[in-house]
Structures are given as C-alpha cells and as structure tokens.
Design a protein around this ligand. Structure first.
Ligand SMILES: C=C(O[C@@H]1C=C(C(=O)O)C=C[C@H]1O)C(=O)O
Length: 190
C-alpha cells in the first residue's frame, strides 16, 4: 500500500496556540511573544548576529504562497537567515515578500543586509503585525530539511522543530516572516 505523504503543514496546521501537551514549557514563551524575536534574543546573550544565508527571488513553500495570495509556482523575494546568540545558531528565519510588494514601502527589505529585519519592522509604526501562528515541522516539510542543511555538522536536529510565523502589513501589502526554533534556543533563558 503506497503511503501518501500529505504536503504539510497546510494552512490549517498553523495553530493560534501551542498545544500544552506537545510544547515544552520553556519553548512556549518563544512561540507566543508578540514582540521582536531579535530583541528577545539580544536580551539573553552577549553577542547577537544575523547570518544572511540567501536573499533572492525564489518559489515560496505552497502554504506561504497561499497565505500571500500568490499563485502556485509564482516567485517572490525570499530572505533566509540564521540568528546566532554568542556564535550559536538558535533560529532559522525566512521572510517572503511578493515581488510586486518589493517596490514602494517594502523597499527596506532589499537593502537590509545583515541588519536584523526586526529592527526595521518594529521601528515603523505603519507596519502592523498580524496574529502569530505556530506549527511543528518534521521530515515531511522542506523547511525542516532546509534548517537541517544549514546547520549540518553544528547541531543534531530532533525529529521535529517548532516554528512560528506571522504576516506584517504595510499599506495593506504583506511580508511573511517565519521563524524555526532550533534546539539551542532552549539554552537561552525563557
Ligand atoms: C521579525 C523579526 O526579525 C528577525 C530577523 C530576521 C532577519 O533579519 O531576516 C528575520 C526574522 C526575525 O527573526 C524580529 O526580530 O522579530
């Protein structure tokens, strides 16, 4: 019998609240904090660093495209970074911006370089964050494998990783930011 792997997570797998039964208590504040993840990490380490892994036009994950109202297969601007606390990767983050949103107000996205996106997002009162959603990524999801690839040799990944995401809107135009928490996030104070 051929096993049909559903591509997941689909939209309905992203939850408004992390389930108490499956999310470790120390991880919950990281999934739920509506503030800047950059600021939260910075407050818990000596040296914070954004390592830009890729910033280029790419096809987003199907559920990302759906959330951004892009037709399947459409390309968008993808920014992938690792956030490091005292030299250790603690988050794999990916931000997706529809290319037609790149002009105008979201042009900040283009030139941000290795400065943390969050610093720009949370300093502009015109930018509104939509509610956070979270999910557990496992080997069925390309983002799990991407995180695995990016930190291969540095960390051993568990069978699944919790992630959160939210839309940021500026003049109605959306940017999707997703943050995958690596096991090392638990070495920081909750
Ligand atoms: C949205 C934020 O920006 C962080 C920094 C990012 C970047 O520099 O690409 C991406 C995602 C976030 O973890 C934040 O700090 O909350």
């Amino acid at each position: 019998m051929t096993q049909i792997l559903r591509t997941r997570p689909t939209r309905d797998d992203w939850l408004a609240h992390p389930p108490r039964a499956t999310v470790r208590p120390r991880l919950r504040p990281w999934l739920l904090d509506p503030g800047s993840l950059t600021a939260r990490i910075r407050a818990r380490c000596e040296r914070f660093e954004v390592r830009v892994v890729r910033q280029a036009p790419m096809r987003p994950h199907p559920d990302e495209a759906e959330l951004l109202g892009l037709r399947p297969g459409a390309r968008a601007w993808l920014r992938e970074v690792l956030l490091l606390a005292d030299g250790v990767p603690v988050v794999y983050a990916r931000s997706v911006l529809p290319r037609h949103n790149l002009r105008g107000a979201w042009r900040l996205f283009h030139g941000i370089g290795s400065r943390p996106l969050g610093a720009a997002l949370f300093s502009d009162p015109r930018i509104v964050r939509q509610p956070l959603r979270c999910t557990r990524l496992d080997v069925r999801d390309a983002r799990y494998h991407r995180a695995m690839h990016l930190i291969s040799g540095q960390l051993r990944l568990p069978a699944s990783l919790w992630a959160r995401r939210s839309l940021f809107r500026l003049r109605g135009r959306a940017l999707l930011v997703s943050e995958v928490f690596l096991p090392t996030i638990l070495t920081l104070a909750p």
